[in-house]
Design a protein around this ligand. Sequence first.
Ligand SMILES: [Cu+2]
Length: 480
Amino acid sequence: MNQPNSRRQFFAGAAASVAGLAVARSAFAGLPEPVIQTSGSMAPPLVPQTGRPYNPVVTLNGWTLPWRMNNNVKEFHLVAEPVVREVSKGFKVNMWGYNGQSPGPTIEVVEGDRVRIFVTNKLPEHTSVHWHGQRLPNGMDGVSGLNQRAIPVGKTYVYEFVARRPGTFMYHPHADEMTQMAMGMMGMWVTHPKAKHPHIAEVDRDFCFMLNAFDVEPGSRTPMVNTMTDFNIWCWNSRVFPDIDTLNVRLNDKVRIRVGNLTMTNHPIHLHGHEFEVTGTDGGPTPPGSRWPEVTTDVAVGQMRQIELLADEEGDWAMHCHKSHHTMNAMGHAVPTMIGIDHRGIVAKINKVAPDYMVMGERGMADMGEMEMQIPDNTAPMMTGTGQYGALEMGGMFNVFKVRKDQKQGDYSDPGAYRHPPGTSAFEYAGVLPEAARFQSEVKAGGQPVPGLNNPLSGKVEKQSPVNATAVKPKGPGKH
Ligand SMILES: [Cu+2]
């Protein structure tokens, strides 16, 4: 967990005295000092010191923007600017974001709050901010050209409206949108209910994160902004597994998870070991009668999904996008499928002329998770992450939901690997293993049973020809 920098502490910890100061300065003509977050680690929940009370959220690898109260108006200062985001350990990407990070900070307010947001543009081009899902005056909706002039470079615009509806929302530019979102400009907005709400449960843990994607050529540092679908870095809050904060909860906690999608495709988000209900969308809380149990919910482009569950099964439960290519990092798409092609003997021959030649994928691609092949500087290995039993062969939009009996209330730190009670883990069968009948007939016919090579329906061995074994020397990870 990251401790906020001193300016942040000034706002968060000493918010009461800040509010006092605010009155003393009376007119408060100046801008609120922008709070910049230099670290990409998860900040502790920002407990409100001013304004109406609420139970704060935590943002995976993110933080909540402090505010100041000015005559009962909550004032925030967003700075749109180029940032460097560490997507995974040592993999740094030049992004555009807000207040030092991509995504920008989460904004948390309470239903009925009057909110004033100063937006300073430090990008090399104009921008604007659209408050996705909010009820607000048309001139505050942030579509440049339609609702306002775009905010020129170096200028500050002010947005002001009442947060009318409780729920989970997002913010993002509505000026040169394609470029600015491809560069990482987005953030989350949570409006807490002002009183007990019939459709909003009180929970013990409240997490939020954005789904976002980038196209960063291995070895480069800047996303390609014209990419339409062929992204290679699939992120939760601009981070990839195994460097995303895990969701750590206490056994029997009621848990809410808020997910927003500003990629170019949908993501079926899947949780292991528990059922959940979708309790909210960007249209607000769903009526309880409309809810049903799920273990996967699709989050379409431009959507928010808010899910809730009772964490009543201890363990390390996978939580991930179910599109298998989205749990990979940068990889070579041009690599041919080699499954079932037997390379025995060929590699040794080729090695005589090309000593560093290797075959990829003849037994599947799992070898890549074990090998951690040499990759160009500044990229993320295609499949990575290690658990207590070895390689996970995962990357990208994969995470772990950790349920522990002894996780303290309000403690979001990683409890480490789950210790499985004796007799509750999958284990190796130790008895006699008879040869499968289909292989017995093949052995009788004089062939060598090679799983995956032989056609069990043909009843005879298909002799494998080495000339068909077209293999290429892998060029390292490329586009995914
Ligand atoms: Cu996905």
